[in-house]
Design a protein around this ligand. Structure first.
Ligand code: NAI
Length: 306
């Protein structure tokens, strides 16, 4: 497949070298999808144990993809998995791993200071035309980039992937006020090159998807609280009546109730343009579940039992 790379500072071969910082759920997914499209990927984490866990995620997911792609051909399946993994280098040396990267994607813990520290260091060590991207879902892109130089901020962008990365087709490309159009164009081209579909949006809380999903989730919880219908019936209604693949409570449990609470509380307290907005006011039901450690699928119990 050909991509329309025009006369930008980043060449097609540059952007094929991708460094992913953080080999957790998201980072290993991003590394995997880039590797499946023959990008040269370096996956970085703080220790070997975390890297091995990331590799485990990739292997498991790649095997699933291979089974679908080559049913009943074990040899082709193995080749597919090995080929993709062959495009991923694991590293605990972040500085070295970015030294000739075309794109650096950060997917470490959702903590502003941690992300800023990583970029302050790596922006200096990466080539001076490399795109710098964060996979943050709730932090303002401009805030993460604030300690960088202007020329670095012009190359700084949000690349917001969705979980699970190999299955979810969307990537939100988040542009701050300072980013170069060229950076946006190159990021969009990269997203397409890994078989995903970009949606470009401004640097605002929740971007597009979460800005619309969180009010929907919170309204669903309030509907349940007010006794209008059971969680099961609300889920059934939205699946069969609105055509959604999951009901709101299945979705809440999948995302994690602590995550949902963390996001709405943050926006309600200080979200740009959202502060004090009733849409994001917490609910007694949500608070109780989180308090009790019923966080959804990951804890075995949320709105449903697992
Ligand atoms: P995770 O906890 O699974 O993985 C984070 C990884 O980063 C860990 O392996 C950790 O060891 C590593 N790490 C921490 N500090 C590091 C450093 N200084 N250098 C290198 N590696 C470091 O987290 P997850 O779920 O993958 O999330 C990562 C980011 O993606 C967060 O910013 C999150 O908000 C965002 N995100 C998460 C989604 C999700 O559904 N989990 C969806 C979209 C974005």
């Amino acid at each position: 497949r050909k991509h329309a790379f025009t006369s930008s500072a980043i060449t097609q071969s540059d952007i094929r070298r991708v460094t992913v910082i953080g080999s957790g759920q998201m980072g290993s997914g991003i590394a995997q999808v880039a590797a499946m499209k023959q990008h040269e990927v370096t996956l970085v984490d703080v220790n070997q144990e975390a890297l091995e866990r990331g590799k485990g995620y990739m292997s498991k997911s790649l095997k699933r993809v291979a089974k679908k792609k080559f049913p009943e051909d074990a040899k082709a399946q193995n080749q597919f998995v090995e080929k993709a993994l062959g495009h991923v280098t694991l590293s605990t040396n972040a500085s070295k791993s970015v030294s000739n990267a075309g794109l650096v994607v950060e997917a470490v813990v959702e903590n502003l200071k941690a992300k800023q520290n990583i970029f302050v260091k790596l922006a200096m060590e990466a080539p001076d035309n490399a795109i710098l991207a964060s996979n943050t879902s709730s932090l303002p892109i401009a805030k993460i980039a604030a300690p960088l130089t202007l020329s670095q901020r012009k190359r700084f962008i949000g690349l917001h992937f969705f979980n699970p990365v190999p299955q979810m087709k969307l990537v939100e490309v988040v542009r701050s006020d300072e980013v170069d159009q060229k950076t946006v164009d190159d990021a969009v081209a990269f997203v397409k090159s890994i078989g995903k579909t970009p949606a470009v949006c401004k640097d605002t809380p929740g971007f597009i998807v979460n800005r619309l999903l969180l009010p929907y989730m919170m309204e669903s919880i309030r509907l349940l609280e007010s006794g209008v219908a059971s969680a099961r019936d609300i889920d059934t209604a939205m699946k069969l009546g609105a055509g959604y693949p999951m009901g709101p409570f299945e979705l809440c449990d999948y995302v994690g109730l602590d995550t949902i609470k963390f996001i709405v509380d943050g926006w309600y307290k200080e979200g740009a343009g959202l502060k004090g907005n009733k849409l994001f006011e917490s609910s007694k039901k949500l608070d109780e579940l989180v308090q009790a450690g019923s966080l959804g699928v990951k804890s075995g119990k949320g709105f449903y039992d697992y």
